[in-house]
Ligand binder design. Structure first.
Ligand SMILES: NC(=O)c1ccc[n+]([C@@H]2O[C@H](COP(=O)([O-])OP(=O)(O)OC[C@H]3O[C@@H](n4cnc5c(N)ncnc54)[C@H](OP(=O)(O)O)[C@@H]3O)[C@@H](O)[C@H]2O)c1
Length: 319
């Protein structure tokens, strides 16, 4: 079969022949139909993801650990956990029996490959208990996940949405998607802190944070009150680290600001995951939630992997 094959950590996968997978006991071979290429796949291939070492322990290997495909009986499924060194970026892969879920009818494979990214936006509800009318700050709204989060927050009934990014053109696009106010983070710390304060109105109820690093450090510092007034609570959900893997959190910041920090996995279980998935599927079917994807054939993987011009669209490889 043809596959995207990674030969060295830090390399770019190449379109090559690779032995067909053969199902062992309790395994099934999947015909792959669509794979979203995400930052996590690149970090794993680069050897810089905290949980990625097992995927590159044996090379050559096929990157990406989930995707959309068909079972031998033709059922469309979302699959995960391929048996290494098989990955999703190939014509076929092999996964344990049951390591898949049926894709809802009426959702095409490329869209199905991006549903998981939209579900990160649902964590304002699953992790932070968002209720309609609340003010949401989406930190890092110009990326694929952030843009979808702005749309999801709007659909969930956010009262006001503030969105950040570092490019004015893209921030204009995010405003068109439903953000009320946008902030460019590419300014000195003082100016950024002022922008967060100017935009917060009565306060941020929920922050959905895809950035971490400097912008979120400045945000947290800006929420420290200048009086002994009781702070209004802000629930920050940590989802991504596009601006950095760490930050300095001053003790007084946490002690006085009323900020509560959660991981996006908080509140996720089979039931809440099912509810979030069903909601996103319903919006996708009705056309209320749209997904910007750039589809490329597997044969273009080498060029596609290195693209930097996607501007909030998800690269989806269609083998
Ligand atoms: N996709 C998922 O399903 C998923 C799930 C869980 C967590 N995450 C994490 O969430 C984060 C975003 O994922 P994504 O798929 O949306 O990535 P993406 O499409 O690559 O978007 C990242 C965005 O962050 C912006 N950015 C980078 N540094 C910034 C800074 N210092 N200030 C402001 N904006 C900055 C980038 O702006 P430029 O365009 O200007 O570079 C880009 O628009 C990643 O850390 C990812 O690992 C993603």
């Amino acid at each position: 079969m043809k596959a995207a094959v990674l030969h060295e950590i830090g390399g770019v996968p190449r379109y090559e022949d690779f032995p067909d997978p053969v199902a062992g006991d309790d395994e099934v071979v999947i015909d792959v139909l669509a794979v979203a290429v995400e930052n996590v796949d690149k970090l794993i291939a680069a050897g810089t993801h905290y949980a990625g070492r097992r995927y590159t322990a044996r090379l050559p290997a096929i990157p990406a650990f989930d995707g959309i495909g068909a079972l031998p009986d033709g059922t469309l499924v979302g699959f995960g956990n391929p048996r290494l060194p098989y990955g999703a970026l190939a014509e076929k892969t092999v996964v344990p029996q049951g390591a898949y879920v049926a894709i809802a009818e009426g959702i095409d494979p490329a869209t199905a490959a991006v549903l998981g990214t939209a579900i990160t936006g649902m964590s304002i509800r699953t992790a932070a208990g968002f209720v309609p009318g609340e003010t949401v700050l989406v930190q890092g709204a110009t990326g694929v996940a952030g843009r979808l989060a702005v749309k999801v927050a709007r659909l969930l009934g956010a009262g006001r949405i503030v969105a950040t990014g570092r490019d004015d053109d893209q921030l204009r696009e995010v405003r068109d998607l439903g953000a009320d106010t946008v902030i460019n983070t590419a300014v000195p710390d003082e100016a950024l802190a002022r922008a967060y304060l100017d935009a917060k109105g009565d306060g941020y109820d929920v922050v959905l944070d895809y950035l971490w690093g400097r912008p979120t450090e400045v945000l947290l510092r800006s929420l420290v009150p200048e009086t002994f007034a009781f702070p209004r609570p802000t629930r920050l959900v940590q989802v991504g680290g596009s601006a950095g893997g760490g930050l300095t959190l001053a003790a007084e910041s946490l002690r006085t600001s009323g900020v509560e920090i959660y991981g996006a996995a908080k509140g996720l279980g089979p039931q809440t995951m099912h509810e979030a998935y069903s909601q996103v599927v319903a919006w996708a079917r009705s056309g209320e939630l749209t997904f910007d994807v750039v589809k490329v054939p597997l044969s273009d993987i080498e060029t596609a992997w290195q693209r930097t011009d996607l501007r909030g669209s998800r690269l989806v490889v269609v083998p």
